[in-house]
Design a protein around this ligand. Sequence first.
Ligand SMILES: *[C@@H]1O[C@H](CO)[C@@H](O)[C@H](O)[C@H]1NC(C)=O
Ligand SMILES: *[C@@H]1O[C@H](CO)[C@@H](O)[C@H](O)[C@H]1NC(C)=O
Ligand SMILES: *[C@@H]1O[C@H](CO)[C@@H](O)[C@H](O)[C@H]1NC(C)=O
Ligand SMILES: *[C@@H]1O[C@H](CO)[C@@H](O)[C@H](O)[C@H]1NC(C)=O
Ligand SMILES: *[C@@H]1O[C@H](CO)[C@@H](O)[C@H](O)[C@H]1NC(C)=O
Ligand SMILES: *[C@@H]1O[C@H](CO)[C@@H](O)[C@H](O)[C@H]1NC(C)=O
Ligand SMILES: *[C@@H]1O[C@H](CO)[C@@H](O)[C@H](O)[C@H]1NC(C)=O
Ligand SMILES: *[C@@H]1O[C@H](CO)[C@@H](O)[C@H](O)[C@H]1NC(C)=O
Ligand SMILES: *[C@@H]1O[C@H](CO)[C@@H](O)[C@H](O)[C@H]1NC(C)=O
Ligand SMILES: *[C@@H]1O[C@H](CO)[C@@H](O)[C@H](O)[C@H]1NC(C)=O
Ligand SMILES: *[C@@H]1O[C@H](CO)[C@@H](O)[C@H](O)[C@H]1NC(C)=O
Ligand SMILES: *[C@@H]1O[C@H](CO)[C@@H](O)[C@H](O)[C@H]1NC(C)=O
Length: 366
Amino acid sequence: MTSTPLWPALVVVVLLLFSVASAQVCLLNPYRYYVVDGPEQVEELSRNCTVLDGWVYVQDNFTGSFNLPRVTNITGVLSIGNYLPSGLTDVQLPDLEYVRDFRLSGVKNASLPRLSVVEDSVKIRSPSNGRYHFPSLTAVERISVSGNLSRKSVTFEALRNASSISIDNRASRILRNLTTTVVDISFPVLERVGATHIVGNISSFSAPELTTIAPNTDFSSAMIWFEPFEPGLSVDLPKLAFVAGSVDFVGVVNNVSLPMLRNVTGDFKIETRSTESIATDLAIEYTDEVELRGNIDRVALPNLRNYSKIRVYPDDAFDCDGLAEQLNGTVTPPVIRRENFFCSGAETLSSRWGTVVGAAMKCLVR
Ligand SMILES: *[C@@H]1O[C@H](CO)[C@@H](O)[C@H](O)[C@H]1NC(C)=O
Ligand SMILES: *[C@@H]1O[C@H](CO)[C@@H](O)[C@H](O)[C@H]1NC(C)=O
Ligand SMILES: *[C@@H]1O[C@H](CO)[C@@H](O)[C@H](O)[C@H]1NC(C)=O
Ligand SMILES: *[C@@H]1O[C@H](CO)[C@@H](O)[C@H](O)[C@H]1NC(C)=O
Ligand SMILES: *[C@@H]1O[C@H](CO)[C@@H](O)[C@H](O)[C@H]1NC(C)=O
Ligand SMILES: *[C@@H]1O[C@H](CO)[C@@H](O)[C@H](O)[C@H]1NC(C)=O
Ligand SMILES: *[C@@H]1O[C@H](CO)[C@@H](O)[C@H](O)[C@H]1NC(C)=O
Ligand SMILES: *[C@@H]1O[C@H](CO)[C@@H](O)[C@H](O)[C@H]1NC(C)=O
Ligand SMILES: *[C@@H]1O[C@H](CO)[C@@H](O)[C@H](O)[C@H]1NC(C)=O
Ligand SMILES: *[C@@H]1O[C@H](CO)[C@@H](O)[C@H](O)[C@H]1NC(C)=O
Ligand SMILES: *[C@@H]1O[C@H](CO)[C@@H](O)[C@H](O)[C@H]1NC(C)=O
Ligand SMILES: *[C@@H]1O[C@H](CO)[C@@H](O)[C@H](O)[C@H]1NC(C)=O
């Protein structure tokens, strides 16, 4: 050692020197746990290591830009920031390709152009105006992004599958009156995902190649849940064909287009409180319960073959007879009013919305 070590506790052991001189694996310390709170430490790390074997924790009191060039692999968790507003202005990890688990909190902007594999999860808590792009990420188990995002702020350009995706664009989970920016979410090549939760002020969710919602591993579950706030969401999933679980669109849903959706092993539900009424043709052949509530004008289920119950509670006029007739003779079990087919305009919407829609029976069950 030529100089005084910056952190006496740190024992950097250079384990291997590959033929490529730049590949250096550093065992961070015997505990494989490393705390960063200043730029000198970052500099030294990136000067000596390309693989960090351990857990890297960047503290809240780190100020300025966290820039870690040369490091391609962090074998443990990389955790940047905490729940507090951070002094970190931005995060640059220009060479990082692999990390076991990635957590980012309180940082608006992060650049990870080469990150392609995250073994476990990407977990982001965004401050106002957060913006996150993962142009090279091809493999990750779970994605969770929450906070007050900025428009066009969530894009995973290369991701084809994941076990779960959760995007929650809310300033607060308790106060519903706090406004957030409306967000567009894009997964241009996503084909398969398990549990999917999309909540908050989200106007579009684009996943043009998505065909399957099913568990990615034996231990995960699958379902799709959209809960959009004002001004509402238009859902267009042009290739989605199969959902091994339930489908729920609950909230300000302006339009639903699911032209290829054939099989839903769980229940299928739309509960809209949009001011624009929905008219939708559902291609579903097999499902369990179908429940439709709210501002719904018209629903067609021309391909339905098998189901257990159909319940329709529209706010306004709705052709219940037409729907019953359309299903009569084509479905198993056959439509028997009151037993497996309910259609009424006099229901109370879920109290969660605080809206009571009552009054006139617009569509009587005879
Ligand atoms: C990092 O490498 C420099 C030489 O490039 C060396 O002087 C220094 O001791 C190394 N630091 C650690 C912690 O190994
Ligand atoms: C950051 O906070 C830790 C305690 O949480 C403290 O040990 C450290 O000295 C602080 N660093 C700076 C640069 O303020
Ligand atoms: C990351 O480094 C660890 C430790 O050397 C190694 O086992 C692992 O295969 C590396 N992963 C990648 C994707 O390079
Ligand atoms: C994010 O960081 C990149 C690179 O430093 C910069 O070009 C971009 O303007 C930043 N975006 C925001 C919203 O701060
Ligand atoms: C939101 O509602 C809470 C409690 O109902 C109230 O204290 C707060 O002032 C409201 N905030 C805004 C921005 O309206
Ligand atoms: C959603 O965003 C729009 C546009 O910024 C805003 O007008 C609206 O109040 C927001 N809604 C919520 C619930 O934050
Ligand atoms: C969310 O972010 C937007 C845009 O930066 C801002 O106008 C709004 O006040 C933020 N909402 C809250 C509750 O901080
Ligand atoms: C998910 O994608 C990765 C990388 O593209 C691939 O290796 C894996 O087999 C895919 N898993 C599933 C269940 O499709
Ligand atoms: C609903 O979305 C579909 C597909 O994007 C589109 O063709 C249709 O015009 C939309 N309907 C309304 C009322 O916006
Ligand atoms: C839907 O389910 C039926 C009956 O289980 C099966 O025959 C069909 O192949 C499934 N279709 C899709 C697209 O999964
Ligand atoms: C149709 O659904 C019922 C349950 O509602 C089930 O008992 C029956 O086996 C199903 N029939 C076919 C042909 O899938
Ligand atoms: C179904 O069709 C049969 C025979 O045409 C008719 O008797 C029955 O009332 C119809 N049921 C419904 C629910 O429309």
